[in-house]
Design a protein around this ligand. Structure first.
Ligand code: ACO
Length: 338
């Protein structure tokens, strides 16, 4: 039976460290408020002068993942690039990355799934692999949030949360009798809540798509979020989708070695931990160091957990869960087995 397995993982976090204390220079906030509400202590942003896009961060993460997989770029049948902060409005960052990898005609697909980009991306890769349309897929989740945040007091509820970064995963279809690789996935969306977390401009439904006064007066080119609405949805939907994903895999939470949740807010993940009755060693969080890196968050967390030997790549069953803008929410069970 064909299974989709991970052959290599890589991450890249830019070097500009921004502590909570640093943010107090731009806005009325405090380290205490940010840590208490989100768990975040610091994040990393791209250089202030710009010229670094999601594909640039993705390129570095990809090279590490390819190296670990023992692949060269020409081995890739397809690129799937997840980001809500593409380098430019179009074409997608996947095409830009493809060119930067020196490839000539390898297909590149961008997906706009925000915090669940990992789930939609890997589920898509799994379907392509199982259908025989591709066998070696490079998934990249990368975000440059920092250049699009309102770092004044007006935008503080959103700005303190987000960090820049990229994660990459090499996925391959293998024929095996072992119950390994992607065991199950569950994807959901509800556009009803689209306005609870969104970035409006430039908008094709408006003519023109953008006007200078909208930027100055309304700041509609910055993300807006109803944080409490998202928070409440997460508390309900994450345990539900965890159960659905486990059921699909024929597993129970006790069969899981580690939960890696999307890193949106430490309090959301702690509430999930309590609901599922998980001991501390069974859940991995790194939002404290990196903030919410959206599509990059789970690949970055997986890479760090592997590096720290928290994930044993010879035998480890992981439950991934996440919720974010869309709303979209999702789960995946993955088993490393050697
Ligand atoms: N520093 C200091 N005070 C602040 C800040 C800040 N950075 N931001 C907001 N405040 C103030 C507010 O103005 C408000 O003041 P008021 O009571 O005088 O009006 C007060 O703090 C409380 O604000 P709330 O919004 O009620 O704070 P809350 O406890 O809900 O925390 C937060 C806000 C952190 C955004 C939280 O709601 C949250 O994390 N929600 C979920 C976010 C999430 O998961 N997003 C999805 C993932 S992201 C994605 O998909 C792209």
């Amino acid at each position: 039976m064909k299974r989709t397995v991970i052959k290599g993982v890589g991450r890249y976090i830019p070097e500009r460290l921004v502590t909570n204390e640093d943010l107090t220079k731009y806005m009325d906030t405090s380290d205490e408020w940010i840590q208490q509400r989100t768990g975040i202590k610091q994040r990393y942003w791209v250089p202030e002068e710009g010229n670094v896009g999601a594909s640039d961060l993705g390129l570095i993460a990809s090279k590490i993942a390819l190296d670990r997989a023992g692949w060269v770029p020409e081995d890739i049948d397809m690129i799937i690039f997840a980001t809500l902060s593409p380098d430019i409005f179009f074409p997608g960052s996947g095409c830009l990355l493809q060119y930067k990898l020196g490839l000539k005609s390898t297909p590149a697909l961008d997906i706009r799934q925000q915090c669940t980009g990992f789930f939609y991306g890997l589920a898509t890769a799994d379907a392509y692999i199982k259908s025989g349309m591709a066998n070696r897929i490079l998934f990249v989740g990368a975000e440059v949030h920092s250049t699009g945040l309102d770092i004044s007091t007006r935008g503080r509820d959103v700005a303190v949360i987000f960090g820049d970064g990229a994660g990459a995963i090499c996925l391959e279809g293998v024929e095996t009798d072992k119950n390994e690789g992607i065991l199950s996935s569950a994807l959901h969306a509800s556009g009803k809540y689209a306005d609870k977390l969104c970035l409006e401009l430039p908008a094709s439904r408006l003519n023109p798509r953008i006007k200078p006064e909208w930027l100055v007066d309304d700041c509609r080119h910055f993300p807006s979020m109803d944080g409490q609405a998202i928070f409440k949805q997460a508390l309900v939907k994450l345990p539900q989708v965890a159960k659905e994903t486990l059921d699909k895999a024929g597993l129970e939470i006790g069969d899981i070695d580690l939960v890696i949740p999307h890193q949106a807010n430490l309090r959301i993940n702690q509430a999930f931990q309590r609901t599922m009755n998980l001991p501390d060693e069974k859940i991995f969080n790194n939002i404290q160091k990196f903030g919410n890196t959206t599509a990059a968050s789970i690949p970055v967390a997986l890479d760090e957990a592997i590096e720290k030997n928290i994930v044993n790549v010879n035998n480890c069953t992981i439950l991934f869960i996440g919720l974010g803008a869309g709303l979209t929410w999702a789960g995946m069970v993955y088993r490393f087995l050697n």
